[in-house]
Write a protein that binds this ligand. Structure first.
Ligand code: MG
Length: 301
């Protein structure tokens, strides 16, 4: 008997999956796949293979996978901004950058109050064009995913880049802020804390921070991961959170209830919705890129 890849924790999960849909293996051969972004106009997916210092590209039209950029300063997270440009977190150059329409790269942020950022990890674009990103220490902890270096800021924070380039620190109470995403109405910013990698007693949680325009309130507990850690995640149009975890992809309702899991036999680092209907979930699973069709649509950002 074939083992189901689905774990149903709440009946609501049944309406979010297609039981006869399996996981597609799109590519294998990475070391730590992260940071997926789907570019609708080009019909392709990009993602980072961080230790191999390369950015990969999967062509939706023919299924080919090729190297998009190498070396790439150990890119990590990616997203697509309001103008369809790829925005990237770079470990080795310790910055957030953007590829412009003409192909050249612009550095959007690399210092906070005159000190180098640690190693931007993941990012999200808000409807006002601002870019919100996390800055944990993983890219400066060793030579594996960047260049080992001390933290100049001596803290792991979350920041916002306004359209005019102003950089503002918005969250400073996490150990290792990592994945992040807004609720569909942008009233909440969800942020994962992977601080357990450095502080064993740090619970592997996602917190929800109330956001009013540029103002960020106190974070509240949203969900705790029961296998491994939450790294990157995305939100669907109904506000469900689809998160990476140690045993696959976990799906949580807006109230934090674990609805179900898509089991994957490698640790999952990040996910993104893509495809023409934004109902295909792309899964970065350690050494592989996979996908699965779900009955949910990725939120606009
Ligand atoms: Mg991450």
């Amino acid at each position: 008997m074939v083992q189901s890849i689905y774990e149903i924790h709440d009946p609501r999960f049944n309406s979010l999956i297609h039981r006869n849909a399996g996981t597609d293996l799109l590519w294998e051969g990475g070391r730590w796949c992260e940071g997926p972004a789907y570019l609708a106009a080009g019909k392709y997916l990009v993602w980072s293979d961080i230790p191999n210092d390369r950015l990969m590209r999967w062509d939706e039209c023919d299924g080919n996978v090729s190297v998009f950029k190498q070396p790439c300063n150990n890119h990590n997270g990616h997203t697509v901004d309001l103008e369809g440009r790829l925005v990237s977190c770079e470990h080795r150059s310790r910055c957030v950058s953007r590829i412009e329409h003409d192909g050249h790269t612009t550095i959007l942020a690399d210092k906070y109050e005159g000190k180098k950022l640690n190693s931007p990890n993941d990012l999200v674009v808000k409807s006002d064009g601002s870019i919100w990103f996390t800055d944990p220490s993983y890219g400066i902890d060793s030579e594996y995913e960047g260049d080992a270096a001390p933290s100049e800021i001596d803290a792991n924070n979350v920041y916002r880049i306004d359209p005019d380039g102003t950089l503002t620190m918005v969250i400073d109470d996490m150990v290792q802020p990592n994945g992040l995403a807004f609720s569909p109405d942008e009233s909440l910013l969800y942020v994962a804390d992977t601080g357990m990698t450095h502080v064993p007693e740090c619970a592997p949680v996602i917190r929800a921070y109330p956001v009013d325009g540029k103002t960020v309130g106190a974070g509240q507990f949203y969900a705790e991961c029961d296998v491994g850690l939450f790294d990157g995640f995305r939100v669907d149009t109904n506000g469900n959170v689809w998160s990476s975890a140690g045993d696959g992809v976990h799906c949580y309702a807006p109230d934090g209830t674990l609805l179900g899991k898509i089991l994957v036999d490698e640790v999952v680092a990040n996910v993104v919705f893509g495809g023409p209907k934004k109902n295909r979930l792309f899964i970065c699973a350690t050494t592989t890129m996979r996908s699965i069709y779900v009955n949910a649509i990725g939120a606009a950002r």
